[in-house]
Design a protein around this ligand. Structure first.
Ligand code: GTR
Length: 331
């Protein structure tokens, strides 16, 4: 039989992969599936991809993380459950949809709890942040580092928002957490909890009048194409975790745990840097596309509306009052 070039190449490739398989046999790679809601190029995506690459390299292939972007593995609430059960190995989660599962994290969803993004980082990187990490660990999620998610502001399809009266009657999408329903209703709007991936179409067809998010998400989700008014209410500053499934974490050797932890911290440093740049770029993109951005002169009018939200929360969770006070007084 004549050996064609194609056959030679195939034989050669087979020999090479057989050699590679035998070379990697002693250390069976642990393939990790990672959930990510954002598209390629987004600050969080870049940081998660660097995390995956560095972990694979530093563990010499013992752990091979792979990031699945654009929420292809399920919406956020679903992915949290999948990570808790170990069906997914790691993820970048916003603490908003975490509230219904890890009650303590609802404190981070109280409107205006942090006075600035810097304040949020200080708190999360310190002892109080560890308290949240402990609460997550009890629910099988190992939070190794905290990402930035900026400040969330309201946007809508019809007019600039300057006062709570401007929110009246607007149908606003919120993340899956009852606290946000209370928050929007306290502002005078109608809240609709909905998963992120459904918002664009709902804004376009008028099922929703608006939503709320930071600049990078407002831009990358293309919501700005249909909602032209972005008003800087900055009512929520919510941290995000790089979380590992407890079962995946416990399956690691001590040496590999150390590597994964270090890389998660490096990934958060990278994400925070990219975030600053990315937020400016996203703001520019939406402005260039004709979005009207307005400062909200008197945010205290919005803050005052939140008093009953706090009162109701503390009444239901008296054990969390000291945590709220600790955050507020840490500023
Ligand atoms: C983004 C956040 C996502 C997701 C999204 C949303 O800012 O990074 O994890 O929570 O908002 O509004 O659902």
């Amino acid at each position: 039989m004549q050996t064609t070039t194609f056959m030679k190449k195939t034989l050669c490739a087979t020999a090479v992969s057989a050699a590679m398989v035998s070379m990697s046999l002693p250390a069976l790679a642990d393939s990790w599936r990672g959930w990510n809601i954002h598209p390629p190029g987004y600050p969080n995506t870049e940081a998660l991809e660097a995390f995956a690459e560095n972990v694979a390299e530093k563990t010499e292939g013992r752990v091979e993380p792979q990031v699945y972007n654009n929420a292809v593995l399920g919406d956020q609430s679903d992915a949290i459950e999948q990570t808790r059960s170990g069906a997914l190995d790691f993820a970048n989660f916003n603490m908003g949809p975490m509230g219904p599962i890890v009650n303590e994290t609802n404190v981070l969803s109280l409107p205006f709890i942090f006075s600035s993004v810097d304040h949020m980082h200080e708190v999360m990187d310190g002892e109080i942040g560890q308290r949240f990490a402990d609460a997550l660990a009890e629910k099988n999620l190992i939070a190794l580092s905290w990402f930035d998610s900026g400040a969330r502001s309201l946007y809508n399809t019809s007019h600039p928002v300057n006062t709570p009266e401007d929110v009246e009657g607007l149908k606003i999408r919120v993340m899956n957490n009852d606290l946000y329903v209370e928050m929007i209703e306290a502002m005078g709007g109608n809240a609709t909890p909905m998963s992120y991936g459904e918002v664009y179409q709902s804004l376009k067809t008028g099922v929703l009048d608006g939503a709320e998010n930071n600049y990078p998400s407002f831009e990358s989700s293309n919501h700005y194409e249909v909602a032209n008014y972005y008003s800087l209410t900055e009512h929520l500053i919510i941290p995000e975790c790089l979380c590992i499934a407890k079962s995946s974490w416990e399956a690691l050797s001590e040496e590999d745990q150390k590597i994964v932890r270090e890389e998660a911290i490096k990934a958060s440093e990278m994400q925070r840097q990219l975030w600053v740049e990315g937020s400016k770029e996203s703001r520019q993109i939406v402005e260039d596309a004709g979005v009207e951005i307005n400062e909200v002169e008197d945010k205290s009018a919005f803050q005052a509306k939140m008093d009953p939200v706090y009162a109701g929360f503390i009444e239901e969770n008296p054990e969390l009052e000291d945590l709220i006070n600790a955050i507020r007084s840490s500023n």
